[in-house]
Design a binder for this molecule. Sequence first.
Ligand SMILES: N[C@@H](CCC(=O)N[C@@H](CS)C(=O)NCC(=O)O)C(=O)O
Length: 212
Amino acid sequence: MTASIQMWDLGPSPNSKKVRLALGYKGLAHERKAVNPTDRAEIIAVSGQPLAPVIKHGDTVIFDSGAILRYLEANVKREPRLFSADYDTMAAIERWEQFAKVELTPPVGAVFGQFFSDKKDPKAAEEANRGYNAAARKLEAALAGREWLVGSTMTAADVVCASWVAQGVLGPKEIAWHPVQAYFASTLKLDPECRSVRGWYDRINRYDAALA
Ligand SMILES: N[C@@H](CCC(=O)N[C@@H](CS)C(=O)NCC(=O)O)C(=O)O
């Protein structure tokens, strides 16, 4: 019997989504605590830093989404696996994590920035769509004839990339969470030609407990 898990969750954040997907995929029961975007006192008291997500497993506190995925796999529940015992598979997963950081995070981050900026710049939104869809087309090519980015099962590569792709394919429930999500729905759109990406995303997104 594993210790209880609490997650401090910033609903619209891709990094929080990553952890919700990992918890859902591993079938780990947990309590989600909504992070107040304007008051980080609680998350700082728990973890010593202000960024979400954070988890607490028994007395152990972990922050940083990538660290949390690794902690869950190494310490809480090994199967179903998000990582691998195989060197080449680990390298491939980590390359996709890097891809998400370098190619998906900047355009999605730019749209978050636009939402919170007093001066909306239509050119910045166009640029974000270009960057996001250029990355989506690389995912589309990688998914040709296959279900998952690495190997024959879902891995952290899929979870991490899908968490950022999410912001261009939001459903009604997510759009209702916060005005930033409605802004995304009207600003950032996955190219409809990326059909494999769409199907792949839907296969992953069913593990998001916040959408159950
Ligand atoms: N490296 C961290 C980054 C966490 C992060 O940047 N969290 C953002 C949301 S995605 C946050 O809490 N930002 C402060 C804010 O939104 O006020 C991770 O992967 O978890």
